[in-house]
Design a protein around this ligand. Structure first.
Ligand SMILES: Nc1ncnc2c1ncn2[C@@H]1O[C@H](COP(=O)(O)OP(=O)(O)O)[C@@H](O)[C@H]1O
Ligand SMILES: [Mg+2]
Length: 249
């Protein structure tokens, strides 16, 4: 592959459309021509009313869903031009996820959960890399405990460590603080903020406008379209934009 110019976005989405099957075979449009770039080193927030298509957009940007229209390029490669298998291989290691539900395996310790992606990729997780990831999220001291004995905030930090251990270029986080109290949520947000440095980006879907205000940029969705795009958004500007997006004409 040719060397990448550093100003090339990690993700470039153009005119992305998606729909789900509705009643009586009708299809319900959810994304109606969304175009956006995810730039290197940025924390990009995606906000908007419930049902505006945030999670669907994240799934399309990350390759979890194949959009019905438009293009999504990851590192300059059009995912739509790849077979499912090739796309999955290309995305592996480049794309990471953090969900509201931490998706940890209860029978495994924190350390084993963090090492899991490498094991699934049939690589041995080197202990130093795994422990460095646990240390980065401040959980090395609970590495041998199982998720059930950890707080929600700690579990989410294990999930982030598990994502970071594969050194993805872009981390997609869908309501990662949705199940956490304010303090634990702030800590998770700090981590995502720190993750979005160098060449690595984080795309954060959240309904928490104080969280979104810590992003470098915010995209406000409304009915599956980009309603507004704010650079270095303040809470007040975000609130006004989301409120406006929620008002029906
Ligand atoms: N798997 C699915 N099947 C059918 N409809 C879906 C599915 N996922 C989402 N939807 C619908 O698409 C719309 C947008 O959903 P979503 O992307 O989850 O929005 P948001 O994350 O902004 O709340 C909603 O009306 C939702 O009911
Ligand atoms: Mg959602």
């Amino acid at each position: 592959m040719p060397p990448e110019p550093s100003d090339q976005p990690i993700v470039r989405a153009r005119a992305v459309e998606h729909a789900y099957p509705g009643v009586a075979g009708a299809s319900v449009p959810v994304l109606r021509g969304v175009s956006l770039d995810v730039r290197r080193g940025e924390l990009l927030a995606v906000v908007g009313p419930s049902g505006s298509g945030k999670s669907t957009l994240l799934a399309c940007l990350s390759g979890l869903e194949t959009p019905l229209g438009g293009t999504v390029e990851l590192e300059g490669v059009d995912l739509g031009g790849l077979s499912r298998q090739r796309s999955a291989r290309f995305r592996r290691g480049r794309v990471g996820f953090v969900f509201q539900a931490y998706n940890l395996l209860p029978a495994l310790t924190a350390r084993e959960n963090v090492a899991l992606p490498a094991r699934l990729a049939r690589r041995t997780a080197d202990r130093r890399t795994v422990d460095a990831a646990l240390d980065a999220v401040g959980l090395l001291d609970v590495a041998d405990r199982r998720p059930g004995s950890l707080s929600g905030g700690q579990q989410q930090r294990v999930a982030i460590a598990r994502t970071l251990v594969s050194r993805p270029d872009v981390v997609f986080a869908d309501e990662p603080t949705g199940a956490l109290d304010t303090v634990a949520g702030a800590r998770v947000l700090d981590l995502l903020r720190e993750t979005a440095t160098g060449g690595r980006a984080v795309v954060l879907v959240t309904h928490d406008l104080a969280a979104a205000a810590r992003a470098d940029r915010a995209v406000v969705l409304r009915d599956g379209t980009v309603h507004a795009e704010l650079e270095r958004p303040g809470v007040d500007a975000l609130f006004a934009a989301v409120e406006h997006a929620a008002v029906r004409p």
